[in-house]
Design a protein around this ligand. Structure first.
Ligand code: FA5
Length: 345
């Protein structure tokens, strides 16, 4: 029996030392020390041993159990440490890796142009005004000399929200609001950029688009002031070689009224498909503020005069950046928008 105990110890210690994972070690423990294990089996034979041998054999069996338990515990510790190390190695975070850069956005071409336009006019001493997009019929039409049932209303297909409430079709109502706010004081120099709405939808017309209104009122303002201001503006936007051409036109709130053209941005005036061989492209409507409009908003047309203009930012963006379909400006297609990441001027 002594021999059996010694053999058991020797074999078990070898197996414990060779165990390479915790599961295997647990199997060895059960096989040696478990209820149905080898040591229990050997001890069952104790009864058949001579009584004087039993204490010594009992001590030996306990020593074997202690030795195996100790070996199992220290091997378990080793294996646990090794397994933890392996887990940590697999999950390691490399703190020296460079950080992930957040995706860089870009200012939308319309906003970029709007800010550029604002800067140009701020530089000439204009203030920037705002007005509501949901507007009263009075400000959008009546106070601009377009009474109810006037045929000029057909020029701007209108979204009505209520009886006399609509989505503004242009930024011109802000002229009226600015004049009312100024209470007859001069000089009044303001621009108003903002969204406007019309029942339009094709390659060059969007149901929602952007305009910038401009209004100057002072003593002795003439068409020459309008022309000089617009020439400075288009040269800032399109370059110093740019030119403008004023063509007679009609708006109920200006007299005289003009359409303003610039040299075609595709052919520089030579004549091409873009400008339908004329060499010119229309960019805005303008004129001298109609005396009735001045009067309705508290100014004396005998004392002061003024000019006003309204341009479509979308139209200018399309010309400046060579965008052929206005929908590209509103579809949020990254292939279009990414072209503006680099800070195009
Ligand atoms: C006006 O809206 C006048 N209020 C402009 C004005 C102001 C004249 C002050 C005189 C004094 P018009 O309807 O032409 O005018 O529009 C002005 C510009 O808005 C056009 O030249 C065009 O560039 C742009 N525009 C008009 N409709 C659309 C549309 N559906 N989509 C994009 N741009 C448009």
């Amino acid at each position: 029996m002594e021999q059996m105990l010694n053999n058991l110890k020797e074999e078990a210690l070898k197996a414990i030392a060779a165990a390479s994972e915790l599961g295997e070690l647990e199997n060895i423990r059960l096989a040696c020390l478990g209820k149905k294990g080898q040591l229990t089996a050997v001890l069952r034979q104790m009864g058949s041993m001579p009584p004087q041998e039993r204490p010594r054999l009992g001590q030996l069996a306990n020593a074997v159990r202690d030795a195996l338990e100790e070996a199992l515990a220290s091997r378990r510790e080793e294996l646990e440490a090794r397994e933890q190390e392996a887990r940590l190695a697999a999950e390691r975070v490399d703190v020296t890796l460079p950080g992930r850069k957040p995706g860089r956005g870009a200012v939308h071409p319309i906003m970029r142009l709007r800010r550029q336009i604002e800067d140009i006019f701020l530089g000439m001493g204009y203030t920037i005004e705002e007005g509501p997009e949901i507007e009263a019929d009075y400000y959008n039409f009546v106070a601009l000399n377009i009474p109810k049932h006037h045929p000029a209303r057909d020029m701007q297909d209108t979204f009505y929200v209520g009886a006399d409430v609509l989505l503004r079709t242009h930024t011109s109502p802000v002229q009226v609001r600015a004049m009312e706010k100024a209470r007859g004081k001069v000089p009044l120099k303001m621009i108003c950029p903002g969204k406007v709405y019309r029942k339009d939808d094709d390659a060059t017309h969007s149901p929602m688009f952007f305009q910038v209104e401009g209004l100057v009122i002072d003593r002795g303002i003439s068409l020459a002031d309008l022309k000089g201001t617009l020439l400075h503006f288009v040269r800032e936007i399109f370059g110093p070689g740019q030119r403008i051409r004023l063509r007679p036109s009609f708006f109920p709130f200006t007299e005289p009224s003009v359409e303003v053209d610039i040299l075609c941005t595709a052919c520089a005036g030579a004549g091409c498909r873009v400008c339908k061989a004329s060499g010119w492209l229309e960019i805005l409507g303008a004129g001298m503020v109609h005396p009735r409009v001045l009067e309705m908003s508290g100014y004396d047309p005998g004392q002061v005069s003024g000019f006003a203009f309204g341009l479509g930012i979308d139209r200018v963006a399309m010309l400046k950046y060579g965008i052929h379909n206005i929908r590209h400006l509103y579809q949020n297609d990254l292939r279009v928008l990414k072209q503006f990441q680099g800070g195009l001027e």
